[in-house]
Structure formats: C-alpha cells, structure tokens
Design a protein around this ligand. Structure first.
Ligand code: PLP
Length: 398
C-alpha cells in the first residue's frame, strides 16, 4: 500500500484527477455496507438501489441540463468516448460494403478518442483529423471543408483540451454538423463542472462524455449523454442494465458518488463563483511566472478553461522542473506530456507547432476546488530558483 498523501502537499494536477470530495465519500459509504443489494433484484433491497441510481442520474442530468433518461452510466471517460465512437459509427454502418462513414476529429484529442478513430480507419472508415492554430484554436476552414464532403459523417470534437485548457467552439461546431447532417460527439471530460456553457438545452450535440474523477467523484465512473433519438449500437452487451445501452451490474457506490459530485459542481457553477475563483488563482500564478525570462503560455491567445495554465520555459526540461517541484511538495504535470517515455513532446504541443525549446520546458498547473492563494504563493516562491538552477545547467543557453 502506498503512503497517504500528506496535507502539506500543494496539489495542482486537477486535470489528471481530483480529490474525492468528503461529501461524496460520505454519501457513498453506506453502499459498501448495508445497502448491498443488486439493483436488478425484484425484492426491496434491489428496488431501493434502483431508486437511488435514478436520483444520481437526475443529478448528473441537471448538471448538463438534459433529461435523466439521456444519461448512461459507464466506468470512465474512456469508456464513454469508446461507446460514443464505436457505437455511433456502428449505428451509421462502418464501411463493409455500405457507404463509407467519414469520421471528423481533431489532432489534439485525448487518446481515448484518437485511438478508436484510428481503429475505425483500419476497419474501412475515412478519418479526417482537423488541425489547430499555434494558440490551439480549431482550424475552422478545415472543419468546414470536412463537413462539406458527401456521405455519412460522424464528428468527435473535445470541448476543452486537457493539456492546454483551450476551449473549442463546440456550440458553433455542433450547429454546423447538424446542418451538414452529421452526428456530433464531444469529449467534455475536462469541461463538465468547469464551464456553465455545457448545457444540452442550448448546444445541439448528439452525445457527450464525462468522467467522475475530474469533478471530485472517484476514479472508475463516468457517463455518456445520448440525446433522445440518436442511434448508438451498444458497446457492452449481455444485460438489460442502462436500458440495454450498457450491460453489466451497476457500480452502485460510484454512481451514487458521481451523482453527489455533480450536485456539488452544479451548486458551485450557479452564479459563476467557482469559475471566477479558479480563474483568479490561475491568473495570479500566470502573471507571476510570466515575469521569469523566456516564459510563454501555450494556448495563451485562446479562450481557456479557468483552471488550467500550460506554460513553457525555454531551454530547460519540463521533467526536471517537475522533479524539483515535487521535492518542494508541489504536484504539477508536464505540459507537453511526453509520449511513452520518448523525448518527443505530446501530439497536442506538436499540433500547435510550439518551438522545440519551449515545448520541452512546458509545465501544466491545473487548479481545483481545494486550492488556495497559499498554493500559488508556494509555487511562486520556488519557481524562480528552479528555473535559474536548470538554465545554468542547460546545454542550450550560451
Ligand atoms: N478525455 C479527456 C479530455 C481526458 O482528459 C481524459 C482523462 O484525462 C479522458 C478522456 C479519459 O477519462 P478517464 O480517465 O475517466 O478514462
């Protein structure tokens, strides 16, 4: 068993995962003890759990403003993305003699979207990956051209980027897809609970993925919004659960936890107080770090999530900065999340064309509910020394 995290740690890696809210833990605990029935059982133990699952479904639905019947519980954001893509494209007919389906996605998606799309390319679909501008914004002309192509089309476009926080114009993109007769899925794993604009009554997406552990619920639970009338071929079969959309006995404690987390997120989002607070903390950190020489914000020119700062320090390695920060009790993440141990910057940073020297020295700080001004002070106190020390050792600085 690994050690418990100490309370002195400054945790600024909330886009990777969030701390489970105490209110969420409290609401989950009875479901590991007395409330242990199977929701499919017809006796009273089962019926009570089925009702509790429906309460959780209603709370998740309220967070994104949809009907409870449009929410399907899954095991994580990755499963939601896979279900939407394989299930949505499957319902359109994926090649195999029928008209070829074109999948339109972007170069900066999470692998949970990119990999299923590439897998479907191997099965006969045409896949178009739309590029981004240097500040991470969607190349709208490329998107428009892809939508104008003839035939059946499926779009998967993230709401907000996990590495840079850059927000895509999902409402506009979903409207354009609707006009072109395309099914539109959005990976909103980083946007749900952070942006009030994630509103299914206003944005005409066909499907939306969300994940519990990005909004103070535990890891291992997620949901897929499927708008009424949208056809999806079930990805998991072998049971009637989730109205046949996702077979398998429900993970009751985690679904209950996701419901409570969604309720807390909605309370915070109402009135915009949490968004303003996160943006204020992030902006203070950004201003302080930008005073250091040769620093630049990746995605700085674009509209971004209020909680995310991806900042590059030229001529030094992000991984080395992370180690020094970790020694000071600060948890952040590499802003260019090197792929599989290679020294190549991530596909997101590469797609933005960030210069090599800055790409390698990128850090991501992502704030959450429990961060304070004291956390910003701690980072600002140590970063100048870390940057100076590493620059002194850098082979790139003369
Ligand atoms: N999509 C995005 C944008 C993410 O940031 C993540 C996780 O980091 C996922 C999908 C995958 O979610 P999960 O970890 O719940 O499988």
């Amino acid at each position: 068993m690994s050690a418990q995290h100490d309370t002195d740690t400054v945790y600024l890696d909330n886009n990777a995962t969030t701390r489970v809210a105490p209110e969420v833990v409290g609401e989950m605990l009875p479901y590991f003890a007395g409330k242990y029935g199977n929701p499919s059982s017809t006796h009273r133990f089962g019926g009570a759990l089925l009702r509790d699952i429906e309460t959780a479904r209603g709370r998740v639905a309220e967070l994104i403003n949809c009907e409870p019947s449009e929410i399907v519980f899954t095991s994580c954001g990755t499963e939601s993305d896979n279900t939407a893509i394989f299930g949505g494209v499957g319902a359109l007919g994926s090649g195999g003699g029928a008209e070829i389906v074109t999948i339109i996605t972007t170069k900066v998606e999470h692998p949970a979207v990119l990999q299923p799309c590439r897998e479907l390319r191997g099965r006969g679909c045409k896949v178009v990956e739309i590029g981004v501008a240097p500040d991470g914004e969607l190349n709208w002309d490329e998107y428009g051209a892809a939508l104008a192509a003839p035939g059946r089309k499926f779009v998967s476009m993230m709401w907000a980027n996990n590495e840079t926080g850059v927000i895509f114009p999902v409402e506009r993109a979903a409207n354009a897809a609707r006009e072109a007769g395309a099914v539109f899925h959005t990976d909103a794993v980083q946007a749900v609970g952070k942006l009030a604009e994630v509103d299914m009554a206003k944005v005409p997406v066909s499907m939306l993925s969300l994940s519990g552990h990005k909004l103070h619920a535990p890891k291992g639970v997620g949901a897929l919004f499927v708008r009424r009338g949208v056809r999806v071929r079930p990805f998991m079969c072998g049971g009637h659960q989730e109205r046949g959309m996702r077979a398998g006995t429900e993970n009751v404690p985690y679904i209950i936890g996701l419901g409570r987390a969604a309720e807390l997120a909605r309370e915070e989002l109402c009135g915009g107080v949490s968004t303003e607070r996160l943006a204020r903390l992030r902006d203070r950190l950004e201003e302080g770090l930008m005073k250091l020489p040769d620093a630049s914000v990746n995605g700085g020119g674009a509209r971004r999530l209020p909680n995310t700062l991806n900042i590059g320090f030229s001529y030094i390695e992000g991984e080395s900065m992370l180690m020094y920060l970790s020694d000071c009790g600060i948890c952040a993440s590499s802003g260019s999340a090197c792929t599989s141990g290679s020294l190549e910057p991530s596909h997101v940073i590469r797609a933005m064309g960030v210069p090599f020297t800055a790409a390698h020295g990128s850090l991501r700080f992502s704030f959450g509910r429990y961060n304070t001004d004291g956390d910003v002070d701690r980072v600002l106190a140590v970063m100048p020394g870390i940057v100076e020390k590493l620059r002194a050792m850098s082979p790139f600085v003369g």
